[in-house]
Design a protein around this ligand. Sequence first.
Ligand code: ADP
Ligand code: 5GP
Length: 203
Amino acid sequence: MAEKGLLIVLSGPSGAGKSTVISSLMRMRDDIRFSVSATTRAPRPGEVDGVNYFFRTHEEFARMIGEGAFLEHAEYVGNRYGTPAGPVDEQLAQGWNVLLDIEVQGAAQVLEKRHDAVSIFLAPPSLRELERRLRGRGTDAEEKILGRLETAKRECALAKNYAYIVVNDDAETAARELDAIITAERCRSGRKLESIAKGDFLS
Ligand code: ADP
Ligand code: 5GP
């Protein structure tokens, strides 16, 4: 049977560069599956249903909660977001490293349930630079940008709860740091020994 994959929880304020760094990371490694979340937020230009998110109505989202479909879910700046549990567990069992890009409340829920998850906080170099990136992205209305900046301050105060912090100054460097964390975590003795047949030469 394939060695079980890593469950990787990546959080960081909106605009820190999570999507950018994840794209670079996925070009560097072919053993990662991105967990596609459900959200009630409207698609941004270029976002595709089923690829970036499953875009759902509030009613559909509430129904999914009722069915127990989510590993975690949370509200963020007026919209709901959730991680469908089924695909995560299937892909982990198949040996894929599964990457969740989720905000801090959802991350706390996952870390409570899954003690073997690896948590990483992607921080912007400064709040000033975060604001510049949010405005530069040009995808959010002014009131949403202000909401995201306020939320960002609260989120950055929780970075200490994560096992790792990566600062996204240069995106390629940040992606290489994530790559290194994943490689190291897969070599942790606890995980390796689990995957090596019992009674084998290591114990
Ligand atoms: P998130 O997914 O965390 O909300 P994005 O990946 O959408 O953030 O990045 C927000 C904006 O910042 C985008 O316009 C992106 O091109 C830009 N960006 C991302 N990483 C960097 C970086 N290291 N340096 C400068 N700009 C960046
Ligand atoms: P955005 O609207 O910028 O795509 O995402 C806003 C925030 O929601 C980001 O911090 C992102 O990490 C988070 N997010 C995306 N999907 C999920 C999810 O499934 N669950 C939770 N809790 N947060 C999510």
